[in-house]
Write a protein that binds this ligand. Structure first.
Ligand code: IPE
Ligand code: IPE
Ligand code: MG
Length: 255
């Protein structure tokens, strides 16, 4: 197996690389990074400490994804519904995001990672928008792992956003109603040009989608775990992929 350079070069010795079929790695893995609050609560810490630990967990997941040759990694970081949380928590999350990008972007860039943001960026604080913009600019020509960070993202809101853009085109006579099909519609989503997730992972014990990539997960394989996100590591990602490789994806057909 070929590894990419720098911090991603050395694979974890204890990781189960042996049992993975490297020729059948999912091209796109999506993760709902959930359980930060409960992780903190279990330790008698404030929820924000859980979010901080959650950000730390990202490093190993991105590294392992790169090593495995995953092409797209989509990470649900903040939903359109997460604004309902106490103001303090929302502010802390936004600050963590800015700090994460500021701190990690050079290292990610060195490792050929391309940062892409999906969601309504205009609705984020100015400081976050600026940091997102510079991370995107810096890494946009990289050819390695593409990390989609879902921020102020909601699947339903994404669909409405796409419908409005389509309707505008129709109104301006730039698009025929009859020509609208699944491919054209997909091109108006935040994920335009990105293949649908092959595998959707949700840690923390919740068995729901919480408005993530609703259109795109039509035929994704789901993998759930009781582990809270801050404890989630490359080892768990690999376990998910090993299980994924045992699934029979029929897409409605027969084998
Ligand atoms: C995920 O952890 C982080 C975000 C949703 C931003 P939570 O904060 O939802 O953690 P729990 O679900 O309360 O444990
Ligand atoms: C989903 O987690 C959103 C993110 C992980 C960013 P939530 O914690 O917001 O989901 P619910 O409220 O348990 O459905
Ligand atoms: Mg949660």
């Amino acid at each position: 197996m070929k590894f990419i350079r720098n911090m991603f070069t050395k694979p974890h010795a204890e990781y189960d690389f042996e049992n993975i079929d490297i020729t059948r790695i999912p091209e796109h893995v999506a993760i709902i990074m959930d359980g930060n609050g409960r992780w903190a609560k279990k330790r008698g810490l404030p929820r924000t400490a859980g979010h901080k630990a959650g950000v730390e967990a990202l490093r190993d997941i991105i590294r392992t994804s790169s090593q495995l040759g995953i092409k797209y990694l989509s990470l649900y970081a903040f939903s359109t519904e997460n604004w309902k949380r106490p103001e303090d928590e929302v502010n802390a999350l936004m600050q963590l995001l800015v700090m994460y990008l500021r701190k990690e972007v050079q290292e990610l860039h060195k490792n050929n990672v391309k940062i892409n943001i999906i969601g309504d960026i205009d609705g984020l604080p100015k400081s976050a928008q600026e940091e997102i913009h510079s991370a995107f600019e810096l890494t946009q020509n990289n050819q390695g792992l593409i990390v989609n960070i879902a921020l102020n993202y909601g699947g339903r809101s994404e669909i409405i956003h796409a419908i409005k853009a389509l309707a505008r085109k129709v109104k301006n006579n730039e698009l025929e109603i009859e020509s609208i099909d699944e491919e054209i519609f997909s091109g108006f989503l935040y994920t335009a040009g990105i293949p649908d997730p092959d595998l959707l992972i949700r840690p923390s014990g919740e068995l729901r989608v919480s408005n993530f990539l609703l259109w795109q997960i039509a035929y994704s394989e789901f993998w759930f775990s009781n582990i809270y996100w801050p404890d989630f590591s490359g080892k768990h990602l690999m376990k998910a992929i090993i299980d994924y490789q045992k699934r029979d994806r029929r897409y409605g057909g027969v084998k």
